[in-house]
Design a protein around this ligand. Structure first.
Ligand code: UN1
Length: 508
């Protein structure tokens, strides 16, 4: 047993919130408990919202939207520029709070805040580029064009594992597009949400004349999420979380003809081909599979290794699993921090049991003694599987990598695509044919397909999201902004005649 390190994380969280202008009394304002995965300490008991307060927040957001939509988009971009500026100033504090509340190692906590800064920069530029097309019309003296308008209130539901970045992807875009935001963060990470709200409030104060309640955060349980999802006054729900959650949210929003952007589970695979740079593949797979303690939606969960390089790669990978440093992310330089809670650890244990029953050979796994008896640190596990069966086809939100040998490229591709989720994928090869096939229409069926980089750690400039049980939504870069706006097709007649399209004659 290592020496328990005494840390008062509640006091540290209180200091961070105070430095952002919040009153530390909010930490004891109610009964909704939240814990740090780092040492299991209860760090807050917050006042919770309910269905009624959610409805009131939506009404306020609707009023904010009605004023905000009239503000020119580049001016709206200025607010997001200021948000990025405030995030730069408070990067260390917010990154630290992410580590306290989500258990991320320092560089990943900071990396998450960097991702927020990046999307703010992107969205600021975008605020001058919400382009619509001008389209040739078949009628003389006419002009046809597209205009993009804000939608209204955007409901954001986010998960514990990216407690701040996912909000910023949605909010930076929603705000420049002229919408208002109501955010329901994970019940496991309410403090980082309150910190984001405080940082946005600072930007709003500098901005000056934005409407009140442009972006609100609701701390609460499933009833808050349900009230948001069911409200006809929320035209768009952007929800990040499990496929199970998406199966509830998607149909509920569709029933009222709302729009949803769903970013759900992943069961991401890496493929290591015969020609791969094995040193590169080793590092990429190690980060993809063990980074963030396997708790990214983009985590590498399956690995297909060509039989000719299996023995050169897999023993080295097992060695990396043996030697990776695990520990308290606040007091050590370990690369792997804790799982979020006991439930996550139990899920990992049952998946490993199931893998053994399905014929897998487990390397690693089990609880790791980080000197924090009330926290759940796990040894990452690499499981050699005879084929893709048992728990391999499901996402377990923990550091488990299932490794399978392949000989035939096309058969491997079949197996690669034969799981429910379709988020991210990566091939390691120097063979042009393999690479292009993997990226082609008969290759990876995922929303993200990479070559010689891992499955996780996407940049914000690209559209982020995936197919099939991942939900089909796209967030972040490229033209994902279109999901936050509605398109109108406008045809203008500036002639003195009224020719009808398709040559139709209707003379009265
Ligand atoms: C998530 O886990 O929900 O690509 C998001 C990545 C990060 C985002 C992950 N940029 O790994």
């Amino acid at each position: 047993m290592k020496d328990a390190i005494t840390m008062d994380l509640k006091a540290e969280a209180a200091n961070i919130l105070t430095s952002l202008g919040l009153d530390a009394a909010i930490l004891d304002a109610g009964t909704m408990a939240s814990f740090s995965p780092v040492n299991g300490q209860q760090i807050a008991s917050l006042a919770a919202d309910d269905a009624a307060s959610t409805a009131a927040a939506i009404d306020r957001a609707d009023a904010a939207y009605r004023a905000w939509r009239d503000v020119p988009a580049p001016r709206r971009g200025e607010l997001v520029r200021l948000l990025g500026d405030e995030l730069r100033q408070h990067k260390a504090a917010l990154g630290r709070l992410v580590s306290i509340e989500a258990g991320k190692i320092e560089s990943e906590g900071l990396g998450e805040v960097q991702e927020m800064i990046d999307i703010c920069d992107f969205a600021t530029g975008l605020s001058r580029q919400l382009y619509g097309l001008t389209i040739a019309t078949e009628r003389p003296g006419h002009r046809m064009m597209e205009t993009w308008h804000p939608l209204g209130v955007v409901g954001v539901i986010s998960a514990f594992n990216f407690p701040v970045a996912v909000w910023s992807w949605n909010t930076a875009l929603a705000l420049v597009c002229g919408n208002s935001v109501v955010w329901k963060p994970s019940e496991k990470t309410p403090l980082t949400a309150l910190a984001c709200q405080a940082i946005l409030d600072r930007a709003l104060a500098r901005f000056g004349d934005a409407p009140e309640n442009l972006s609100q955060v609701l701390i609460g349980a499933a009833d808050v999420g349900a009230a948001l999802v069911e409200s006809k006054k929320v035209p768009l729900i952007s929800a990040t979380g499990s496929t199970r959650m998406g199966r509830i949210v998607g149909p509920k929003v569709a029933e009222r003809f709302g729009r949803s952007i769903l970013e759900l589970g992943g069961n991401n695979a890496g493929v290591v081909c015969a020609s791969a740079d094995l040193d590169m593949a080793l590092r990429a797979v190690a980060f993809g599979a063990m980074g963030t303690a396997g708790q990214r939606c983009t985590t590498t969960r399956r690995l297909f290794v060509h039989e000719s390089v299996y023995d050169a790669l897999v023993p080295r990978l097992i060695q990396a699993y043996d030697s990776v440093t695990i520990g308290n992310p606040l007091t050590t330089k370990a690369l792997v921090g804790p799982l979020v809670d006991k439930q996550a650890f139990d899920a990992m244990e049952s998946a490993l049991e199931a893998a053994k029953e399905a014929g897998g050979t487990v390397h690693g796994g089990g609880r790791y003694d980080a000197g924090e008896p009330d926290a759940y640190y796990a040894r990452p596990a690499l499981v050699e599987m005879p084929d893709q069966c048992g728990p391999v086809t499901e996402e377990t939100f923990a550091p488990i990598l299932y490794v399978m040998k392949f000989s035939d490229f096309d058969q491997m591709l079949e197996a690669h695509n034969a799981v429910g989720a379709g988020l991210s994928s990566a091939i390691f090869t120097t063979d042009l044919r393999e690479m292009e096939t993997f990226l082609s229409s008969r290759g990876s069926d995922c929303g993200i397909a990479n070559v010689n980089i891992g499955t996780s750690g996407a940049e914000i400039g690209g559209a982020f999201g995936g197919e099939k049980e991942t939900g089909g939504g796209r967030e972040s870069g490229s033209d994902a902004w279109k999901g936050y706006m509605r398109r109108a097709t406008n045809t203008v007649n500036y002639s003195r005649d009224l020719p009808l399209a398709q040559g139709v004659v209707f003379d009265i």
